[in-house]
Design a protein around this ligand. Structure first.
Ligand code: TRP
Length: 339
């Protein structure tokens, strides 16, 4: 049941965002986040958005950003996020994100922002450091607090930003009266961490050394099979799960288990007395069959930009109505005149 606020009564609200900074999400994103987002929509009033405002904290090519925003949205839906059940939108479509972002920047201490490890990492790596990179977590807090989210599923790397979001919510509530729900972080299961197929000691990431190490969720069957067959394995021939001693084979087992839903022990038992090659053949089939429908739905959507635009407009409509109510309340509390 949905009431006038768009709130599905009785269900806690869950919200998360993802940056659109690649053409295709990879298997690590799928297992680490998307698969779990899809599960969340069964139990939560779920909000998911493409964080394109955050994307420009580092340099982006405009045409590429536009294209990647659409591709990421299409992959969300392709992976099973259902716009009928979840609210799916693009961050920049809702002006209240930047409006609340500003108020929260003014609620954040400079030292507090400078202590964020993601800021320290990124500002160390980039030659040109934008102010946006520093204020990034205030905008992220705005993304969350605008919707009064109860839980925020994110990777371990975002834990500190969530902690800051909670602090900002509490600080604001204390100063101006109860305004925001203080959200809980839901740190996504890291048991299914996926590693690079060519370097199984490095996390699967879009900045992989070689594209062969990375399975993109829009890869076709042929290239998936080829990448898995050429995955680096370890000395020996016996299929055992030993992340320290046999990172390559263990990674293949992890991926299999995450996608097939079977336990690692069960898979190891199946390959007892058989070679790595057999595991690779079986795994390629599991990955291809899992990604096939996802890829087909995504490509279909990308072929129908009008339909995709309609879905994102509808999401912005629902999200915008909630966000506007929150920002009106916030503006009133901080003492801005109404027109
Ligand atoms: N910072 C997040 C990341 O890089 C993306 C993000 C932006 C986000 N706003 C958010 C995640 C709000 C959760 C909630 O992964």
């Amino acid at each position: 049941m949905t009431d006038s606020s768009g709130l599905q009564s009785g269900r806690p609200r869950s919200l998360s965002g993802i940056q659109a900074t690649s053409d295709s999400l990879h298997l690590g994103n799928y297992i680490g986040a998307l698969q779990q987002f899809v599960e969340q929509q069964e139990t939560h009033d779920a909000f998911f958005f493409i964080a394109n405002l955050h994307a420009i904290t580092v340099d982006q090519d405009p045409a590429q950003l536009r294209e990647r925003t659409l591709r990421t949205a299409a992959q969300f839906i392709g992976a099973g996020l259902d716009p009928q059940r979840s609210t799916l939108y693009v961050q920049s479509h809702i002006p209240a994100h930047t409006q609340l972002g500003w108020v929260l920047e003014c609620t954040t201490g400079l030292g507090e922002a400078q202590r964020m490890t993601q800021f320290k990492d990124k500002s160390g790596k980039n030659e040109h450091v934008s102010l946006g990179l520093l204020t990034y977590p205030a905008l992220m807090a705005a993304d969350i607090l605008l919707y009064q989210a109860d839980v925020v599923p994110v990777g371990e790397d975002q834990r500190q930003h969530l902690e800051m979001t909670r602090n900002l919510a509490e600080r604001f509530n204390h100063r101006y009266g109860d305004t925001f729900t203080v959200p809980e972080a839901h740190i996504l299961k890291s048991t299914a961490k996926v590693y690079d197929l060519q370097d199984p000691t490095a996390k699967m990431s879009k900045s992989a050394q070689t594209p062969a190490g990375l399975i993109e969720i829009l890869d076709d069957a042929k290239s998936i099979t080829k990448k898995i067959k050429s995955a680096v394995t370890d000395a020996g021939t016996e299929v055992t799960y030993d992340p320290e001693g046999k990172p390559g084979v263990s990674n293949l087992l992890t991926i299999h288990s995450a996608l097939s839903g079977r336990s690692i022990e069960d898979i190891v038992a199946e390959f007892e007395g058989r070679m790595y090659g057999h595991l690779k053949v079986a795994l390629a089939e599991v990955v291809v069959e899992t990604l096939r429908p996802l890829r087909e739905r995504t490509l279909e959507l990308l072929d129908d930009p009008a339909e995709l635009a309609r879905v994102l407009d509808a999401g912005a409509e629902t999200a915008g109505a909630i966000a506007e109510r929150t920002i009106a309340d916030v503006y009133d509390r901080v003492g801005f005149l109404t027109r």
